[in-house]
Design a protein around this ligand. Structure first.
Ligand code: HEC
Length: 224
């Protein structure tokens, strides 16, 4: 495994000089941005619908006003509870490692970040009973967070969003090394690889986050 990875690294590094130029000359895939906007525009929120958040955005503590209880990350999934009023009332089901922690993850056993709570809100969340990961012993607890979201920028059609992400992965990620399908790496490897300096400025922070979340949800490890 290590040998193979080093082999890939040598090849990737050898072609990097050429590819860096090519990649820099490419415009950001606006087409993807347009497709995401179209999917969001076609989404009609209703109670019970699962929606994916496309950008970093505040999860509000009430139906009006500016008080946020946290920031949802691109790719996070919420379920609509009610649509009356200007904001949508939504629920996010996730996982935490420690009671009082600010990070809420999408899968038990995997650090796929969905929501960063404010320190105050983190103190108020009541996580369920801890379940130890049989592989690592790390304890995970289910959490349920409710709040309000401004409408817009939300996509209900998971299959179509997945198609756009496959396209983005192909367009933005195949010029220096081969495009890798989501299952090529673990969730942790995706986060680590994409945070390296080579990947800075390839995409804007929202599209990069959305792609990372999607790749991690399809990663080779599935949590427990
Ligand atoms: C500008 C060239 C370039 C582009 C474009 C690029 N990468 Fe990379 N990537 C690299 C290089 C070089 C490495 C080797 C490690 C390093 O130096 O960061 C790498 C390594 C990785 C790794 C770590 C695993 C490995 O094989 O070493 C992941 C994961 C990764 N890239 C994902 C992506 C994704 C996702 C995209 C699209 C958003 C992308 N890359 C686009 C240059 C690029």
């Amino acid at each position: 495994m290590r040998g193979a990875t080093q082999g890939v690294l040598v090849v990737v590094t050898a072609v990097f000089g050429f590819c860096a130029l090519a990649a820099r000359a490419q415009p950001m895939p606006d087409k993807v941005g347009d497709e995401l906007s179209a999917l969001a525009a076609a989404t009609r929120p209703r109670a019970g619908l699962h929606l994916v958040v496309l950008t970093h955005r505040p999860l509000f503590g009430n139906a009006a006003g500016k008080d946020a209880i946290g920031t949802l990350l691109p790719g996070a999934e919420v379920v609509v509870l009610a649509t009356s009023g200007k904001r949508l009332r939504v629920r996010l089901d996730g996982w935490q490692q420690d009671a009082g922690a600010r990070a809420v993850y999408a899968r038990r056993g995997l650090r796929i970040l969905s929501l960063a709570l404010t320190p105050e809100a983190a103190q108020q969340v009541r996580p369920g009973v801890g379940v130890p990961d049989p592989a690592t012993g790390t304890v995970w607890r289910a959490v349920r967070v409710t709040g309000w979201l401004d409408p817009g920028g939300l996509v209900g059609a998971a299959d179509r969003l997945s198609r756009v992400m496959t396209e983005l992965n192909g367009e933005a990620c195949g010029s220096c090394h081969a495009t890798r399908p989501a299952g090529a790496f673990t969730a942790y490897q995706w986060a680590g690889g994409m945070s390296s300096s080579r990947h800075r400025n390839l995409l804007d922070a929202d599209q990069m986050g959305l792609l990372l979340h999607w790749l991690q949800m399809g990663a080779s490890d599935k949590g427990f």
